[in-house]
Design a protein around this ligand. Structure first.
Ligand code: FKS
Ligand code: ZN
Length: 342
């Protein structure tokens, strides 16, 4: 299986995040990608290719142009305002505040285009996020050109990012950008299976009223876990998309045995939907030693996950999302790819 990755994705190097009421060292750090890349090489997963430089248009097919421009021009505005350290939003246009104002102040803009205070914006964030989206787009193009399975080593991740907002360490929704690209290039049905520990709120919302992209997510119950406000079992799509979203929220502490019934149900939905391509939002944060997550996968379970996904039997793009136990991240990620390849 080929891997797509570019060193430009390492340029986004957040120092801190706000978590549990204090500033802590960031967990979505470049070494996550480096260890996965090293393990891909060490275990001979396959050729590693650089992403193509796509134009902005595939991003505009998913994200609002003003949001993309905000990210592109942010650092210049931030430093022009006399700021020099990474930026954190701290005020949002929440209920009773206006959504329609044309905001110009940098702190207002940060809130206008974000969903949480835990995702710092730095000097190279835009560049790295663009490269991460190009990595997913390149994988999609490879599938269109006949590849059966491609690993898109995305970082920064994407599944929390929505039409016009960043958050949860995500800026561009890599999986959604790839799905829309496949649709624009003639495929009819795309399934996105999100196995990250956290619900992919951004991805769900982007396709919620559409039947051409099926969104399935198995994740920690949002009653107890980020993102808290989406990912409940009663969210099944709307309008033409009714029935094309399914969520399996699971209790904290879930291990592989607790996870498999949901995975089997999701695979049955895939069997019925018969997607032209399956995009797997592959977060490895269900792992028992993940520092910010509370599921209990063992490393071997990731082999089982890959084996099960292979049985779906359709061209597949693995788009990396989360996973913060850095020492085990390479093993856990490549276990999925090796399990899939058989
Ligand atoms: N006390 C810990 C608070 C952590 N709050 C933010 C969690 C973000 C999870 C990001 C992710 O793993 O879902 C992604 F795949 F997008 F990277
Ligand atoms: Zn996650």
């Amino acid at each position: 299986m080929k891997t797509v990755f570019s060193d430009t994705q390492l340029a986004h190097a957040p120092a801190q995040e706000i978590s549990d009421g204090e500033l802590k060292p960031a967990v979505e750090i470049p070494s996550r990608a480096e260890i996965v890349l090293k393990t891909v090489r060490d275990r001979n997963v396959g050729e590693i290719v650089a992403p193509e430089d796509f134009p902005i248009r595939p991003l505009h097919r998913v994200h609002s142009p003003d949001y993309v421009s905000f990210l592109e021009g942010f650092w210049e505005k931030w430093t022009a305002a006399g700021r020099s350290k990474e930026a954190f939003p701290f005020v949002w246009p929440i209920r009773s505040l206006r959504q329609d104002t044309t905001v110009n102040h940098i702190d207002g803009l940060l809130g206008r285009y974000s969903m949480d205070a835990g995702t710092p914006l730095g000097e190279h964030t835009y560049r790295a996020a663009r490269a991460s989206a190009d990595t997913a787009l390149t994988a999609a193009k490879m599938i269109l050109n006949g590849e059966k399975a491609v690993f898109s080593l995305c970082r920064p991740p994407g599944h929390h990012a929505g039409f016009d907002f960043f958050g949860g360490y995500c800026f561009f929704n890599n999986a959604a950008v790839a799905a829309q690209y496949l649709r624009d290039y003639g495929l009819h049905r795309i399934a996105i299976l999100d196995v990250d520990y956290h619900h992919g709120n951004g991805t769900q919302a982007l396709f919620y009223d559409r039947p051409d992209v099926l969104f399935l997510s198995i994740h920690a119950d949002p009653k107890e876990e980020y993102p808290y406000f989406l990912g409940y079992a009663d969210e099944t799509g709307e309008h033409a998309g009714t029935g094309f979203t399914r969520n399996w929220p699971l209790p904290l502490g879930t291990d592989w045995d607790g996870y498999t019934p949901a995975l089997e149900e999701a695979c049955r939905w895939l069997l019925v939907y018969k997607p032209d391509v399956m995009i797997v939002s592959l977060g490895m944060d269900c792992f028992e030693n993940d520092p910010i997550s509370k599921f209990a996968f063992k490393s071997e379970d990731y082999l089982r996950l890959g084996q099960r996904l292979k049985k779906v039997g359709v061209p597949t793009i693995f788009v990396m999302e989360g996973g913060y136990a850095v020492d085990a991240l390479g093993t856990n990620c490549v276990n999925v790819l090796e399990g899939f390849e058989g």
